[in-house]
Design a protein around this ligand. Structure first.
Ligand SMILES: NC(=O)c1ccc[n+]([C@@H]2O[C@H](COP(=O)([O-])OP(=O)(O)OC[C@H]3O[C@@H](n4cnc5c(N)ncnc54)[C@H](OP(=O)(O)O)[C@@H]3O)[C@@H](O)[C@H]2O)c1
Length: 259
């Protein structure tokens, strides 16, 4: 394989992909990033290869993948309407590329309303890939979800696992750098502990108000409130104790919470 090949980051202008990009650069990796509007990555001009294009454009992906040795994959939300179709589209493009290792972002919420969640469906469909090492990271809720609003339709005392996206990015970059995996495997990242919305709001210094459902969000929140979901079971192996300050909830609240 050409040693000049890069590690390619999908979603590099986003919350998690941006942090993976930074982590790879810190490790001295040669990096390329896919972005729909290169302006969003202007601070990285000259440091990385910026590939302007759309995930839904097969020819663009073929070209971007053709110079890659490894891929950080976050499937765009728009493709999650039909995760199997997205995976079936990607598999031949990936198998024809020099990519040898993929880290894919998946979900610690396995089922909702009796069916697999979209990221788990994508995980299962992508796992049919042949000849490329594939590591799925089944991630808990990101602390960043608090930026969607502290007050939500979640029941005040419903406890769910939360994790720092800095921690996920750190784990992803380690796998992409060391390439110490083969076949298809999953890693569960549940963070330090579970939190209820009441507890999270208290950490921010406010009192939680449960909001009514809207037509748009009832399908998401109601199954959680009614216990109609299945999560990865918390164990010692998938529970982390923050190895760095930036992996903590307090750091998120001080630096990244936008209220
Ligand atoms: N939030 C959670 O609790 C949670 C838990 C588990 C897993 N996840 C998963 O984690 C992943 C990353 O989350 P995030 O917070 O980093 O998301 P994010 O900040 O919304 O970033 C999404 C990225 O995808 C890019 N993108 C969207 N559509 C695209 C397209 N058609 N072509 C190319 N790029 C496109 C966006 O680029 P533009 O700048 O061009 O829009 C952006 O860089 C998602 O797959 C999410 O489902 C989230």
């Amino acid at each position: 394989m050409n040693t000049q090949h890069y590690t390619l980051v999908l979603g590099a202008s986003g919350n998690l992909g941006g942090k993976v990009l930074q982590e790879l650069l810190k490790r001295g990796e040669k990096v390329a990033a896919i972005v729909r509007n290169r302006e969003k990555l202007h601070e990285f001009e000259g440091q990385i290869e910026i590939l302007e294009g759309d995930f839904h454009d097969d020819r663009f992906l073929q070209s971007a993948f053709s110079q890659a040795k490894a891929l950080f994959c976050t499937i765009p939300d728009a493709a999650l309407g039909s995760p199997e179709t997205a995976a079936e589209r990607l598999i031949p493009i990936l198998e024809a590329s020099p990519i040898q290792h993929i880290v894919n972002i998946s979900n610690a919420t396995l089922k909702r309303n009796g069916g697999y969640t979209a990221l788990i469906r994508f995980e299962r469909a992508l796992s049919k890939l042949k000849g490329i090492a594939l590591k799925h990271l089944r991630c808990a809720n990101f602390f960043e979800n608090l930026n969607w609003g502290i007050h939500t339709p979640y029941l005040p005392d419903l406890r769910l696992p939360y994790i720092s996206s800095y921690e996920i990015a750190h784990v992803a970059a380690n796998y992409l750098q060391h390439k110490n995996f083969d076949g298809v495997s999953t890693v569960e990242l549940l963070g330090e502990r579970d939190y209820s919305m009441s507890e999270l709001a208290a950490h921010v210094g406010i009192s939680y108000t449960q909001l009514p459902y809207s037509d748009e969000n009832i399908g998401f929140y109601q199954p959680f409130n009614e216990g109609n979901f299945e999560l990865v079971t918390r164990t010692d192996q998938n529970t982390s104790s923050p190895a760095e300050e930036r992996f903590t909830l307090d750091y998120f609240i001080r630096h990244d919470l936008k209220l």
